[in-house]
Design a protein around this ligand. Sequence first.
Ligand code: AMP
Length: 206
Amino acid sequence: MKLVLIGPPGCGKGTQAELLKKKFGLPHISSGNILRAEVAADTAFGRKIKKYMDKGEIGPQELITEVVLAHIEKNCPSGFILDGFPRTLYQAEELGKKYDVVAAIYLKVAEKEIVKRITGRRTCKKCNRIFHVDYHPPKKAGVCDTCGEALFQRDDDTADTVKNRVRVYNEETLPVLDFYRNQGVLREINANVAPDIIFEEILHIV
Ligand code: AMP
C-alpha cells in the first residue's frame, strides 16, 4: 500500500498517518520529521535547510528529494504513508519514477481553521505524537500520553510563519493535486471535522 497524504499545513496529515501506521503497520514517512531530525543532529545538511524550515520555505528541493527517497528505499519494503512529501510537482514526478502511488488522499480544510490548529499544536520530542492544547490536550499538560516525554511547540508553528506556509502550499503544492487527479488516484476528504471521522473516511478509501 503506497499512500500519500496531502493538504495544507495543519490539515491533520501527521495525525492520520500515525493512525494508519497503527492500523496497517506501514511506515509513516514525514519529510518534516526527517528534516527536523537533521537540524536537531546539527548535520551539514541540517544546517543548510534550517533557515528555509524556520520560514516555511521549500529550500534545496533536489537535495531534500534525494534524502527522502533514500529514506523510503531503506525503510519501506512493502509500502508507505507519506506525509509532507511530495510537496512540489518536481517531487511528485521523482517519486513517480520509482513508485506507483495507489491513493493520494487530499485532506481539505478551511483556511481559517489552519491558524488555530497550528498555533495550538504540541508535538512529542521522542515519538512525534501530536496533541493540541484545546482540541486534543494531553492528560498531563506538556507531557506525551504515550511515552511521557516533554511536548514542544515547533519553531515554525507560529501565527506569522503559518501565513507563509499557506502561501508556499498554494504556490508549490496545489499543482501536485492536479498531478494525482490526472492519474486518477486523488481522493478528497473534508478535514474540517474531528480526527476519528476523517480516519473513518480514509479507511473507506483504502
Ligand atoms: P512539515 O512538518 O511537513 O510541516 O514541514 C516543515 C518544514 O520542513 C516545511 O515548512 C519545509 O520548510 C520543510 N519540508 C518538509 N517537507 C518538505 C519537502 N517535501 N520539500 C521541501 N521542504 C520540506
